[in-house]
Design a protein around this ligand. Structure first.
Ligand code: G3D
Ligand code: MG
Length: 181
């Protein structure tokens, strides 16, 4: 029998203000959604453990430390070293009703990579429940993600759609990288 491996990982959520980062974390950690706006004063850390398949056919218990950031642009310059330091994976989040938030992700991912080197990034188009207000096509997001050898998922922190899948996908990418083949 293959023993269950354990790993601790730090992941960060990046993206412009109000794209839904705090709500996605709340949904994943507590499985709930609050319509009240939560303004994040600095970085907040949440934890959750999930089990994913490892590279050697066994299971890997991934103890995720999830860092939430406030969305202000100035923050990046001021605290990014501390925030991104030691991160093994990133969820890069945009709001599918605001096209600019998709293209802002280039700056965010570059800022992370400058501190961490090349780490797995999962792109998320959040607010899937507002599909009638969408401001870009899937293929636009696909090509942004492809620049970082990544893919994207559409999520809704409001309905919970694809939220755990998003975190699990990132955890699998990290687990595959860290477990020796
Ligand atoms: P941020 O942490 O990226 O800054 P928040 O964003 O998580 O604080 O969310 C910002 C706003 O978007 C909040 O609305 C929140 O309720 C809403 N939101 C987050 N995710 C979703 C989603 O999937 N669908 C919808 N419809 N709304 C979402 P308010 O109005 O309170 O500012
Ligand atoms: Mg927030």
């Amino acid at each position: 029998m293959v023993e269950q491996e354990k790993m601790k990982v730090k992941i960060c959520l990046v993206g412009e203000g109000a794209v839904g980062k705090t709500c996605l974390i709340r949904r994943f950690v507590h499985d709930e959604f609050e319509d009240r706006y939560i303004s994040t004063l600095g970085a907040k850390v949440s934890k959750r453990e999930i089990i994913v398949d490892g590279a050697n056919g066994g299971e890997v218990a991934v103890d995720m430390t999830i860092w939430d950031i406030m969305g202000e642009k100035g923050f990046r310059e001021l605290l990014k070293e501390a925030y991104f330091h030691g991160a093994q994976g990133v969820l890069a989040v945009c709001d599918l009703t605001r096209r600019d938030t998709l293209y802002d992700l280039h700056d965010w991912v570059k800022a992370v990579n400058k501190v961490t080197g090349d780490i797995p990034v999962q792109f998320l188009a959040n607010k899937k429940d507002l599909a009638d207000q969408r401001s870009f096509e899937d293929k636009e997001m696909e090509s942004v993600a492809a620049k970082y050898n990544s893919a994207f998922l559409s999520t809704s922190a409001k309905t919970g759609d694809n939220v755990s899948e998003a975190f699990e996908k990132l955890a699998r990418m990290i687990a595959k990288r860290l477990v020796p083949q």
